[in-house]
Design a protein around this ligand. Sequence first.
Ligand code: ATP
Length: 249
Amino acid sequence: MKMNIKNLNLYYGDHQALYDVSLEVPENHVVALIGPSGCGKSTFLRTLNRMNDLIEGVRIDGEIQLDGESIYQENMDLVELRKRVGMVFQRPNPFPMSIYDNVAYGCRVHGLNDRKKLDEIVERSLRGAALWDEVKDRLKSSAMGMSGGQQQRLCIARVMAVEPEVVLMDEPCSALDPISTMKIEEMVAELKKKYTIVMVTHNMQQAARVSDETAFFLNGKLIEHDKTDVIFTKPRDKKTEDYITGRFG
Ligand SMILES: Nc1ncnc2c1ncn2[C@@H]1O[C@H](COP(=O)(O)OP(=O)(O)OP(=O)(O)O)[C@@H](O)[C@H]1O
């Protein structure tokens, strides 16, 4: 297993947001997290690269392993962890700098300054994010002048540039039009050949289209996790069935 989550509980102060969640994430798979608003999907996703550490009053117990090693062990290097487990957010958040500099950013932070190497990485990452042809003639222009869909693909290229092992995506298409959404979905299918992807989505069709496995959350609990076609055709739990057939949420 690429990631292994065991008996995870998470509290925001007195409020418990995750209850005894256990989930295995296989390598080179796309795992979709679905469930109604407020059920804990984003909270869970953020535990996988310790983004919740940035929120005051968060407490966690349980175990999260990456390649068999606990990511909550004391001497964990968080910069290294977040390089290995990258994150794409709901709204595209390009930095106010050129397209090139956005993609090169993480590599420079990690100390790479060789121009030729950076050029290669920028091209490879933009190709991987299906953006190269659209921007190759304006790499020096500001990323702020791109469309929302292009910005989101740029943010994905920025994550890919540092060669993560796992990519977390928190509703990456929720701010995008259908064509941009389709491009990102196609890209995810390509990306899983190299990476492991965990994606929160509100869109059930999207989960059905892009994921290999689906995990259904409700009120902070993981109700059911299985191959995506099983979740969508023969869920074991009545609550899963009610949710995917649109009876609530
Ligand atoms: N920073 C925070 N401080 C306190 N409580 C929080 C915080 N973030 C989330 N919560 C609470 O934790 C619970 C789970 O929220 P979370 O955002 O993880 O759900 P979600 O399933 O991702 O929802 P959505 O689909 O609406 O994004 C909710 O009750 C929410 O109010």
